[in-house]
Design a protein around this ligand. Structure first.
Ligand code: ATP
Length: 302
């Protein structure tokens, strides 16, 4: 069942178009990663969904609500750089947040304790936030974003500022939370997205360039590729390889050139012949399987 639909979202800041005609829908109960390199438009998209930013055009509809409804109460949002009052205890902060979300004091206290348990900070609930580690602050931020029991939890780069231990803790927490609610989180790391999410929305230069279930995308991009390793940069040979009719695409990464082809056997024969005739300084020639990672790297380098 569809939870939320974004239609033709565009956001322009003076001369910059941060988000261009973006369409997507989020399914109830899924964990979706909004993935893209720096500046792709992830934060802008999340802020529009959270109701913190007005799109220049387009709309966001929450299923069951009229098109122009205020949907903020359905959404919990943790910004990329949350600011906490370090002098408060986590409990005071969560109760205060609960009261801002119109819970009465008793309900806010109960909710603070329940959420602290859920996100794993119950033992430190009475400690001042200033004493919290980065990972604990992220847990607290997630608890705060859930204080009004939203249907959709959105997290902007929840692990990017954490060390490997904090990162692991938060990814594990997301794994647990996704059993209970729909989660949309942004990241620029494909591994993190693959680890916890069911679906990907790949954003580049403000546009969605690929979307779908991770399993379907893995299948789609798992084609055979030829990997040529050269003694130095392959730049000088790329043009000649591209001229071969059997070659579909090329993608260079340091000294390695990755090549896709519809007929991989024909491309292999053509390339081997060319390499032998021209005596290219090859150090290896391999036939491999391309991965989602290759697709992602290629997409974001374009
Ligand atoms: P990052 O991973 O670096 O946070 P992002 O994918 O979240 O990047 P956005 O922060 O949404 O990307 O930015 C998208 C584009 O919009 C960038 O080119 C950015 O410079 C521009 N931009 C964002 N906010 C503003 C603003 N307030 N005024 C002008 N331009 C902005």
């Amino acid at each position: 069942m569809t939870l939320l639909t974004a239609e033709a979202l565009t956001k322009k800041y003076n001369g910059t178009t941060a988000v261009k005609n973006v369409h997507f829908s989020l399914e109830f109960g899924k964990c979706i990663a909004l993935i893209g390199p720096n500046g792709a438009g992830k934060t802008t998209t999340l802020r529009i969904l959270a109701g913190l930013l007005k799109p220049s055009s387009g709309k966001v509809t929450f299923t069951g609500q009229p098109g122009n409804a205020d949907i903020r109460s359905f959404i919990g949002y943790l910004p990329q750089y949350p600011v906490f009052p370090g002098w408060m205890t986590a409990k005071e902060f969560l109760i205060f947040s609960g009261e801002l979300a119109l819970l009465d004091k008793k309900a806010a206290r109960q909710k603070a304790e329940d959420l602290a348990e859920k996100v794993g900070i119950a033992d430190a609930l009475n400690k001042r936030i200033a004493s919290y580690s980065g990972g604990m602050k992220q847990r607290l931020g997630i608890a705060q974003a859930m204080i009004h029991s939203p249907k959709l939890l959105m997290l902007d780069e929840p692990v990017s500022s954490l060390d490997p231990i904090g990162r692991r803790e938060i990814l594990t927490l997301l794994e647990e939370l996704k059993q209970d609610m729909t989660i949309l989180f942004s990241t620029h790391i494909l591994n993190d997205a693959e680890e916890v999410s069911d679906e990907l929305l790949l954003l580049n230069h403000g546009e969605i360039i690929e979307a779908g279930a991770i399993t379907a995308l893995r299948k789609k991009y798992q084609t055979s590729i030829i990997e040529l390793e050269f003694q130095s940069s392959p730049e000088a040979f790329i043009q000649e390889i591209r001229k071969l009719p059997s070659v579909s695409t090329t993608f260079a990464e340091r000294n390695v050139l990755k090549i896709t082809a519809e007929d991989i056997a024909l491309a292999r024969a053509d390339i081997l012949q060319l390499a032998a005739t021209k005596q290219w300084p090859l150090t290896s020639f391999q036939l491999n399987r391309a991965s989602l990672e290759d697709m992602f790297m290629k997409a974001v380098k374009n």
